[in-house]
Design a protein around this ligand. Structure first.
Ligand SMILES: Nc1nc2c(ncn2[C@@H]2O[C@H](COP(=O)(O)OP(=O)(O)OP(=O)(O)O)[C@@H](O)[C@H]2O)c(=O)[nH]1
Ligand SMILES: [Zn+2]
Length: 226
């Protein structure tokens, strides 16, 4: 009961203003008081209510499992990256081979969820860094992208969170990330522009230098001057 009333207060506070000033995902203080199973049980009932309100027959064979499927999918999959326990452990190594050039992990598949409409964001992330003595396992970059994507997101914040995490892991500011993604809230509803996609970029440290940024964009074949 307490949670419900605080939630209502929260919605009154934010109203229609979607823009958050912070680069952190706006989480409530009590975000992890409930266990995953408790959250699934609550969401299952909420989705049931939505479906009943829409007039759907939940005794139907095909529909009856949907509230449970959606609840599990929200907690464990689509929004699994809200939980700090799922933050990937990024094994780092000493750069003994003294590789001093840029490393680019490109075309990382990205599935996220738009926090305004809860519809999919589908695209590619391209990540780069210049080592200052530490290197990170390649797959960890894909994992970091996936972890932060598994939250309700706006693309700008997702982009910043990926760069910030890699900067922490690698102990350097020299990290960049470009995301090119389609938002189904733009493509399949609303304005219904199927062709448009959204490009965001975050350049840390040396990536703010024109030549370094250019090299990165050349590797990922993006000629736009972001
Ligand atoms: N900046 C930003 N905006 C986003 C992102 N994802 C969705 N949006 C936009 O969030 C806005 C929400 O605007 P509203 O006017 O409240 O929502 P709406 O009435 O459904 O708007 P339409 O989509 O234009 O129908 C829309 O313009 C979306 O395109 C994102 O990642 N970043
Ligand atoms: Zn949206």
């Amino acid at each position: 009961m307490k949670i419900k009333s605080t939630l209502e207060e929260h919605f009154e506070e934010i109203g229609n203003d979607h823009v958050s000033a912070s680069e952190d995902t706006p989480l409530r203080d009590d975000a992890f008081i409930l266990t995953d199973d408790e959250k699934i049980a609550r969401i299952r009932e909420n989705i049931r209510e939505v479906m009943l309100t829409l007039g759907l027959d939940l005794d139907d064979d095909s529909l009856k499992g949907t509230p449970d499927r959606v609840a599990k999918m929200f907690v464990k999959e689509l929004f699994g990256g809200l939980h700090p326990d799922r933050r990937p452990k990024s094994s780092t190594f000493k750069n003994k081979y003294k590789y001093g050039e840029m490393l680019v992990e490109k075309n990382i598949t990205l599935y996220s969820t738009c926090e305004h409409h809860l519809l999919p964001i589908v695209g590619k992330a391209h990540v780069a860094y210049i080592s200052n003595g530490t290197v990170v396992g390649l797959s960890k970059m894909n994992r970091i992208v996936d972890y932060y994507a598994k939250r309700p997101q706006v693309q700008e914040r997702l982009n910043i969170q990926i760069v910030r995490e890699l900067q922490n892991v690698l102990g350097t500011k020299d990290v960049a990330c470009v995301i090119d993604a389609k938002h189904l809230c733009v493509n399949s509803r609303g304005i219904r522009d199927i062709e448009s996609s959204t490009v965001t970029a975050e350049y840390g440290g040396r990536f703010q230098e024109e030549s370094v940024r250019r090299e990165f964009l050349d590797y990922i074949n993006l000629d736009t001057n972001f």
